[in-house]
Ligand binder design. Structure first.
Ligand code: NDP
Length: 305
C-alpha cells in the first residue's frame, strides 16, 4: 500500500511531490499522458517568479522534476484509466499498463486539456494542419499564412510566437474586447505580421487533404469570408481533466473539482486536489505550484491525524 500517490506531473503535481517527499511520505507520482504538463507546451514563461529573464516551459518542468526526484519521489509514466475511491481510503487506481495501485492518500493534479471549437473539420484535420500548441507545431508553417482563434493570453502569445515562422498570422476572436492582459494584446497589435479579425467566429476549416484555409463568420452581419492559410491553431482556453472522477467526487458546473473551504481536500476524505483541475479562477503555473504545496501539507497532516 502506498502512503500517497499523486496523479499528474505539471507544476501542481511536481510541487506536491517535492513537499510530500521532503515530509518522508515517499510519494509515487503517475505522470499521465503529457509528461511535464501544459507548461511544456508553452515557449517562454515570463511570469514565474525567480526567472527575471523568462524561462523555457520545458526547462522549468525539468527542474521541478529533478527537485522532486532528489528527495525520493518515484515517477512512473503511466495513466490512470479507472479509480475506486472511498472516504478515508484506501483508494484503488487501475493503470493503463495493467498495474493496480492502492494508496492511503491521493492528490489529484490532472490539470486541464485544450478546448476545441467542436467543428467536424477540426477533427478531420487534427494534427494535419489543426493544432492546439503553437510551440509544438509552429515550425511546420514556415513562410505560409496561419490562423489562431481566441482572445486570451494564450491566443496573443501563440500569435506572436507563430510570427517567427509564418508569413502572416490571422487572429480570429468572437468579440471586440480581449480577455488577454493589456501588455499581451499590445504586443500582438504592434506586430505587423498579425491581422486581427474581431467579432468573428470560425465557421469551417476547409481543404482537401491539407488545410487550405478557414471560413469565418461576422457575428453581427452573418457575412462569411474565406481566409487562405495552411495551419489553424485553437487557443480557446482549457477544460479541466476530471472525467475520471465525475461519479465519485463533487465537480462544479464547469467540471472543476470542488474543494472544501480553506483546504485542498475534495468532497471525499483523504482525496486532495491541486492545480488547474481544481482552479476555475487563476490557472497560473505559480498558483498551481502553490496549490500543490498546500495539498501535500494537507495530506501529510491528514495522514498523521
Ligand atoms: P482564456 O480562458 O483566458 O481565453 C480563452 C479565449 O478563447 C477567450 O478569449 C474566449 O473568448 C475564447 N473562446 C473560448 N471558447 C470559444 C469558442 N467556442 N469559440 C470562440 N472563442 C472561444 O484561456 P487562455 O488559455 O488564453 O488563458 C488561460 C490562463 O492562462 C489565463 O489566466 C491566462 O492569463 C494564462 N496565460 C498566461 C500567459 C502568460 O502570461 N504568458 C500565456 C498564456 C496563458 P471570450 O473572451 O469571448 O470568452
Amino acid at each position: 500500500m502506498e502512503k500517497i500517490v499523486i496523479i499528474g506531473c505539471g507544476a501542481a503535481g511536481m510541487t506536491a511531490a517535492i513537499y510530500a517527499a521532503r515530509a518522508n511520505l515517499e510519494p509515487l507520482l503517475l505522470s499521465g499522458p503529457l509528461p511535464g504538463g501544459l507548461l511544456t507546451q508553452t515557449s517562454d514563461v515570463e511570469n514565474f517568479p525567480g526567472f527575471p529573464d523568462a524561462v523555457n516551459g520545458y526547462e522549468l518542468m525539468f527542474k521541478f522534476q529533478q527537485q522532486a526526484e532528489r528527495f525520493g519521489t518515484r515517477i512512473e509514466s503511466d495513466i490512470v484509466t479507472r479509480c475506486e475511491l472511498q472516504p478515508g481510503g484506501p483508494h484503488k487506481l487501475y493503470l493503463e499498463s495493467g498495474k493496480e495501485i492502492e494508496c492511503k492518500a491521493l492528490i489529484i493534479a490532472t490539470g486541464a486539456s485544450p478546448r476545441w471549437l467542436g467543428l467536424p473539420s477540426e477533427q478531420k484535420f487534427l494534427n494535419r494542419g489543426v493544432s492546439a500548441c503553437a510551440t509544438c507545431d509552429g515550425a511546420f508553417y514556415r513562410n505560409v499564412p496561419v490562423a489562431v482563434a481566441g482572445g486570451g493570453d494564450s491566443a496573443m502569445e501563440e500569435a506572436n510566437f507563430l510570427t517567427h515562422f509564418a508569413s502572416e498570422v490571422h487572429l480570429i476572436h468572437r468579440r471586440d474586447e480581449f480577455r488577454a492582459s493589456k501588455i499581451m494584446v499590445e504586443r500582438a497589435q504592434n506586430n505587423p505580421k498579425i491581422i486581427f479579425h474581431l467579432n468573428a467566429v470560425v465557421n469551417d476549416i476547409y481543404g482537401e487533404n491539407d488545410v487550405d484555409g478557414v471560413e469565418i463568420k461576422d457575428v453581427r452581419s452573418g457575412e462569411l469570408t474565406r481566409i487562405p492559410c495552411k495551419g489553424f491553431f485553437a487557443a480557446l482556453g482549457h477544460v479541466p481533466s476530471t472525467a475520471l472522477f465525475k461519479d465519485q467526487l463533487e465537480l462544479d458546473e464547469k467540471g472543476y473539482l470542488k474543494l472544501r473551504d480553506k483546504s485542498s481536500m475534495t468532497s471525499m476524505e483523504g482525496v486532495f486536489a491541486a492545480g488547474d483541475c481544481a482552479d476555475p479562477t487563476y490557472r497560473q503555473a505559480i498558483h498551481a505550484a502553490g496549490m500543490g504545496c498546500r495539498a501535500a501539507i494537507d495530506a501529510e497532516r491528514w495522514l498523521n491525524s
